[in-house]
Every structure is written in C-alpha cells, then in structure tokens.
Design a binder for this molecule. Structure first.
Ligand code: AMP
Length: 304
C-alpha cells in the first residue's frame, strides 16, 4: 500500500488579501506529501537546488511520515520558484512568476527501494517528469495525475499521452474547460474519460468537487470556511489530492466507494492548508484534529 509522489518542491512568494510572504516552502509535491503523510507513509521523488533554504529542510523534516530517500540535492541548480497573488475573492489568482530551475533538467531518479510502490501520484509538474516517473512502476495499483494550465498550454501532447496511461486525473474546473472546451463539469468530466483515464476529479474551489468515474458519479461540498478563515489558498488542490490518495492507500482500496470517501478526507486536509501561509496549517494539525473535523464535516453534509 506504499504511496509515492513526484512534483515540485518549490520556493513560493505569495500575496493574499490578508498578507504577504516571501520564500516560504511550497510546491505541489510538498503540499501533497505533507497532507498524505497524516494518513499513511509517503515517499517523495523530486529535486531541489543549492539555493534550497535550510529552514525548508526543517519544515520537511517536521513531517515524520515523509520518506525523503528520493529527494535529490543539486548544488549547482536552482530550486523551482513560484510567485502568486490572490484577488479579493480568494478564488482567482495571478501567477507573478514561475522559475522552472531543476524542472528544466533531467528528472530525478526513482530509488530502487521505491520500486514496490503501488499508489503513484504525479503531482503538478512537467508532463515529461510525470511520464518518466510513471514508467518506472509497471506493477502499480493506482496512478493519478494532476496538472495545470501552464502544461495544458505548453505540453498538451505529452499530457494527453499521459492521460492514456493513468487511472485517474485531478484538475480544477478551469483546467477541465481548457482541456475539453466544455464548461459544464460533468460533461467535461466525461470528455476527459474519453481521453483515457477511468475517473476524473474536478475541483470547484469553494463549491466542492465532482468525481466522474466510469462506474458512476460522486459529489462533495467544500468545507465551509468563512472568508476570514482563509489566509492562503495555495496548495489546497495538492492537499486535497494528498488527503484523497492517502486515504485510498491507507485502506488499500481503489474503487468508486473508496474514492468517494477519499473526497471527504481530501476536503478536510485542504481545509487545514488554507488556514495559514505555506505548510503551517498541515504542520499544526494532528490525528485528533483531523478526525474531529471529518466528523463535523460528515454531520454538515448529512442528508436524510
Ligand atoms: P495549488 O494551489 O494546489 O495549485 O498549488 C500551488 C503550488 O504549486 C505552489 O506551492 C507552487 O509552488 C506550485 N506550482 C505553481 N506553478 C506550478 C507549475 N507550473 N508546476 C508545478 N507546480 C507549480
């Protein structure tokens, strides 16, 4: 039931209506792994440069369930860096800069010790890196990919190739529209299934998420956070994916009911991320807080 993730380990600079931070630890792999590590052990495959701050090393080490055996330190390279600014409504954001750094180099190797991993998450990064990672796990049980507009625009063919080889795709509603030209999430979901995967999760921010699966549909509302509780939405999507994959890996089940439960775990993990800048919300939470919030969410969403 081992879970492995590749993606970015980044240095983020973020501006939200609440405040501004420079050079905090971020990246799709980091948020995913931090969230999933509360539910099961996670192995990471990624690379950082000589500029990777010592403080970020300590942040990563604070998550005891993350195996860093696949993290490569490249002294002469630059770490992936990203800057983003959120609008007043907190759901729209502008990318201020993206410095690819290590992403422009060879993908990091997968350690031999990771060969038995059965749950594979290809967090947002260049599709070539995702493909390289996927090919190293021929006996996988579940492989899921996340992406974003930059890669849909610049590496569409590689991305579509990848979609034919994975079991699931996670995107947000704008990305689903960009991929398919369809605005309705359910219809876009079916169009994505036609591209190859067995399921797609379409995240709709504060409106929750839908799961379009070859065996049926599932929906989940977002955790109801008041405006003032949302400090920084960065990484919410990756944390959602971490919660979802962490859950299915921990119960070792990959069917529609397991994925539907995973949507709830994903929603709860993302709700901790958005309460603080960077990975702080995920650092602060613990098993008791997570199960309490899940129970509260279960009550809020109960029907009948
Ligand atoms: P999310 O808010 O879930 O979309 O994730 C935000 C995280 O993704 C930030 O911590 C960034 O460092 C990282 N990120 C931003 N742009 C990219 C990109 N093009 N590829 C991979 N990761 C990215």
């Amino acid at each position: 039931m081992s879970l492995v993730v590749t993606g970015t380990i980044g240095i983020d600079s973020i501006e939200t209506p609440t405040g501004k931070v420079e050079s905090v630890m971020g990246g799709s792999c980091s948020y995913f792994a931090a969230a999933a590590s509360h539910l099961c052990p996670v192995r990471i495959v990624g690379a950082v440069g000589g500029d990777w701050p010592e403080a970020h090393k300590e942040v990563l080490e604070s998550f005891s369930n993350i195996d860093q055996g696949g993290l490569e330190h490249r002294a002469d390279s630059r770490t992936f860096a990203w800057g983003g600014k959120y609008m007043e409504n907190l759901s729209e954001r502008e990318t201020l800069f993206t410095e690819l750094g290590v992403l422009e180099e060879e993908p990091p190797p997968v350690p031999d010790a990771y060969a038995d991993s059965s749950f594979i998450f290809l967090a947002n990064t260049h599709p070539a890196v995702q493909l390289n990672m996927l090919e190293q796990f021929p006996n996988r049980r579940l492989a899921v990919v996340d992406t974003m507009n930059l890669w849909i625009d610049t590496a569409r063919d590689q991305l579509l190739d990848l979609f034919q080889k994975v079991d699931g795709v996670i995107v947000n509603d704008l990305e689903a529209t960009e991929l398919t030209g369809i605005t309705n999430a359910i219809s876009a979901g079916h169009a994505i299934l036609d591209m190859g995967p067995g399921f797609v999760v379409i995240k709709k921010g504060e409106h929750g998420a839908v799961l379009v699966h070859e065996d049926g549909l599932a929906v989940i509302p977002a955790y109801p956070a008041a405006h003032e509780q949302v400090v920084d939405p960065t990484g919410a999507g990756d944390s959602f994916a971490g919660g979802m994959m962490g859950h299915v890996a921990s119960i070792d089940q990959v069917d529609l009911p397991a994925l539907q439960q995973g949507l709830a775990w994903g929603t709860v993990m993302a709700s901790f991320t958005i309460e603080s800048f960077g990975l702080e919300g995920l650092q602060r939470t613990n098993e008791t807080m997570i199960t309490e919030r899940l129970e509260q969410f279960r009550c809020l969403a109960r029907i009948g």
